[in-house]
Design a protein around this ligand. Structure first.
Ligand code: SF4
Ligand code: SF4
Length: 413
């Protein structure tokens, strides 16, 4: 934990109202300021106690405090360093270790996830039993969406009309297995906007889950850099908020690696889909889409990447579409990568809170640019008993408009 970064905190408390765990419990040690105080104690020699580790584990890593902090405290860097220390120094219970191993052995590997889609789906029927075995298993069974039709994407999708750019596309581990239709929509939208889209078939995990959990993500980062260097693309477009924010951190992750890795990482032009489309500017005609949409700010898009206006701009430009804002949009939905699996209790409370605000918009469709958020809020809406709302990705909404498919195409899931 970098003492210089810790010193930047002036204890003003401006970050407190945006911190989901402080909002839930009102406990100082579960606020950004309190956690920074614990980090300072550790730097001064206090070992990581189980209680301390609990306060760090309870942090969602949502980065709302980074956005709110007027002193520019790099809590994002601090919590990543802290998680690595917790992983090294804190002895977890055998149960916790088993659940963590299960998640980290499964989720970053697309083939393993694919093989387990059906068993996971069958496990949803056993949810009450799994819940009793371990709350994390119950959460996993509740979150998994209905099976999606598999989509096979070619290694290259050609631009429609004049080619304006050649971009790479990250398919994402969870996205490609549970929401393959989002990747198909992303490739179509980019092609309709004049991009050749290169989709390397052998791409692996970008390392987001590891990076956000204090584990070593360098191997994943290097492999991803090599994959897209070989693809010869001008930019890498990412449609998963958590993956995009991690890839934008590669230069920092690899700063001590010999071999020029930090420079190679910096040369990789990583862009969120909405960010890229706004930079590129539209050429494809938009067809009317008479639908009311509530847009959800994924934390790793809004807080970590500062991408807030671009998705709204793209959605508002669709004729007939009405955009509604969700109350408390800056507060995390509780998904936060693996948070809803490792901390199912608070994640559920935050999910229920978010679902209430989403349902209050009375929109037809909830739009989110992160599969974790989509699964988390959809599950909370199902729990609410108030009837659900279709959930779609920004790419699917754009795709429906660009292809003139009408509102019924946004079937969501
Ligand atoms: S990252 Fe989110 S949960 Fe963690 S301290 Fe900051 S605001 Fe709170
Ligand atoms: S993290 Fe920033 S906003 Fe929060 S108490 Fe410290 S200086 Fe103030």
């Amino acid at each position: 934990m970098d003492p210089e970064l810790i010193k930047d905190c002036v204890h003003c408390g401006f970050c407190l109202p945006t911190c989901p765990t402080y909002v839930l419990w009102g406990e100082e040690m579960d606020s950004p300021r309190g956690r920074i105080h614990l980090m300072a104690q550790h730097v001064e020699g206090t070992p990581v106690t189980p209680e301390m580790a609990g306060h760090f584990d309870a942090c969602l890593g949502c980065m709302a405090c980074v956005t709110a902090c007027p002193s520019g405290v790099r809590y994002d860097r601090l919590i990543e360093q802290t998680r690595a220390v917790v992983e090294r120094e804190h002895v977890r219970t055998p149960e916790e270790r088993a659940i963590r191993e299960l998640v980290f052995t499964l989720f970053p590997y697309r083939r393993r996830l694919r093989a387990l889609r059906l068993p996971i789906r069958l496990a949803t029927r056993l949810r009450p039993f799994l819940e009793r075995v371990h709350p994390s298993l119950g959460a996993m069974a509740e979150l998994v969406p209905p099976p999606a039709r598999p989509v096979r994407l070619p290694p290259r999708v050609h631009a429609v009309g004049r080619r304006r750019a050649t971009v790479g596309m990250l398919v994402g581990c969870v996205q490609s297995q549970f929401f393959p239709q989002v990747n198909a929509a992303t490739a179509r939208v980019l092609a309709l906007e004049g991009c050749d889209v290169v989709i390397p078939p052998r791409q692996g995990c970008c390392g987001a889950l590891s990076l956000h959990s204090g584990r070593d993500a360098r191997r994943f980062a290097k492999r991803t850099i090599e994959t897209f260097e070989r693809a010869g693309v001008e930019a890498v477009v990412v449609n998963v908020a958590g993956c995009g924010s991690s890839m934008k951190e590669y230069a920092e992750v690899l700063k001590d690696e010999p071999g020029g890795w930090a420079e190679r990482a910096a040369a990789l032009r990583v862009r969120d889909l909405a960010e890229y489309l706004v930079e590129l500017g539209p050429v494809a005609p938009r067809h009317p889409l008479p639908v009311t949409v509530a847009y959800h700010d994924a934390c790793h898009l809004a807080h970590a990447q500062g991408v807030r206006s671009q998705p709204r701009e793209l959605l508002r430009a669709i004729p007939g579409l009405e955009l509604r804002e969700i109350a408390e949009s800056a507060v995390c939905c509780g998904s936060a990568g693996t948070y809803n699996l490792f901390q199912p209790g608070p994640a559920r409370d935050l999910g229920d809170r978010k679902a209430r605000h989403v349902l209050a918009t009375r929109a037809d469709v909830l739009v989110s640019a992160n599969p974790g958020c989509s699964m988390q809020i959809a599950a909370a809406m199902r729990r609410s008993g108030e009837g659900g709302m279709r959930v779609a990705h920004t790419a699917e909404v754009l795709d429906a408009s660009l292809r003139g498919l009408g509102a019924r195409a946004l079937g969501g899931r």
